[in-house]
Design a protein around this ligand. Structure first.
Ligand code: FO1
Length: 311
């Protein structure tokens, strides 16, 4: 298999990303990451999906919380709260150092891509992490509390509000990261990792140059919904609130026209007949590193077989 592009955001996507990084080297695999969750907070530029991927690839992710860094202490945020500061967004002491370093690099003129690369290499990561754009894109959640900035919906309101839709401010003027457009020129396949289709994947697909480029490539997606629930996060709740069934079939329908293949969990194998594109079922709940590697290998093999059968 030639060069592969993996689209990821959030915790679920980062799990498969680690598996892919174990079987494909940096010349074969590039990660495109959602930046719609980014926000300025306490004077810092926070990029949660870049950080989830960075920590996952460095095998330093916090498995208790799902997000942030392993082995954390919370002195900063607890003290900030005691001083009357904003402590709803839980920044660990080690995680705080990463946001501080990124903010310093950005202030010194680095692009988000350059800042991300500097931090990734300092953590021993060989693979390239490409933010979808160096320009700001911010996901807005339209819900029964009004239009909320993503982290206000996701963390401050704990995903409780009922959603009616999403928009991505800045998307019209945001340029696709040149690292990604260059990679797409001779990329042989695309894997959409098991991320939230609405708030982790759609921001990337809505980047015009990105969505258009993917049309001409073999694309597979891995369902983030298993047995009617999202393994992590609000995807199932969002599907229901958007009047769609909380099933893998609804996710495949959401990607209709874009994907050439779909990967569902073995427990959902009976749903394959309802999905319009070639579909394979396999163990997709990733607990161990081997689970991640096995699912990654299934995805690469699936892409290879789709390419082979291409007209
Ligand atoms: N998610 C939470 O549910 N609560 C938090 O306090 C929280 C803090 C946080 C700090 C840094 C970071 O990179 C991510 C953090 N997240 C937190 C997760 C984050 O909101 C989500 O990972 C993404 O935005 C959605 O995938």
């Amino acid at each position: 298999m030639g060069k592969i592009l993996a689209l990821t955001g959030g915790v679920g996507g980062a799990k498969l990303a680690l598996g892919l990084s174990q079987i494909l080297d940096p010349t074969e695999l590039l990660f495109a990451v959602n930046t719609g969750d980014d926000f300025e907070h306490l004077g810092l530029h926070i990029s949660p999906d870049i950080d989830s991927l960075t920590y996952a690839l460095a095998q330093q992710n916090n498995t208790e919380t799902g997000w942030g860094r392993a082995g954390e202490s919370w002195h900063f945020i607890e003290t900030l709260g005691a001083l009357g500061g904003e402590d709803w967004f839980r920044l660990g002491d080690k995680d705080l150092a990463l946001h501080t370093q990124r903010t310093q690099l950005l202030r010194a003129g680095s692009t988000l891509t350059e800042a991300t690369a500097a931090i990734a290499s300092s953590m021993g990561i060989q693979h390239t992490i490409a933010p979808m754009s160096n320009d700001p894109v911010r996901t807005i959640v339209h819900c029964d509390l009004g239009d909320l900035a993503f982290q206000h919906y996701f963390v401050r309101e704990r995903c409780a509000p009922s959603v009616s839709g999403f928009s991505f401010s800045g998307i019209a003027n945001a340029q696709l990261n040149p690292l990604i457009s260059n990679w797409l020129a001779d990329c042989e396949g695309v894997i959409i990792c098991p991320s939230n289709p609405f708030v982790s994947v759609d921001p990337m697909l809505q980047l015009k140059a990105f969505g258009d480029a993917l049309e001409s490539l073999p694309v597979i997606a891995v369902s983030p919904i298993v047995g009617g629930i999202a393994i992590k996060g609000p995807a199932a709740k969002m599907l229901q609130e958007l009047n769609m069934p909380a099933t893998a079939v609804a996710v495949a329908d959401h990607y209709r026209g874009l994907i050439d293949g779909f990967v569902i969990d073995q427990d959902d194998a009976h749903l394959a007949s309802q999905i319009q594109v070639p579909t394979i079922s396999t163990p997709s709940v990733m607990v161990t590193l081997d689970d991640r590697i096995n699912l990654a290998q299934v995805c690469v093999n699936f892409l290879t077989s789709l390419r082979a059968s291409e007209p």
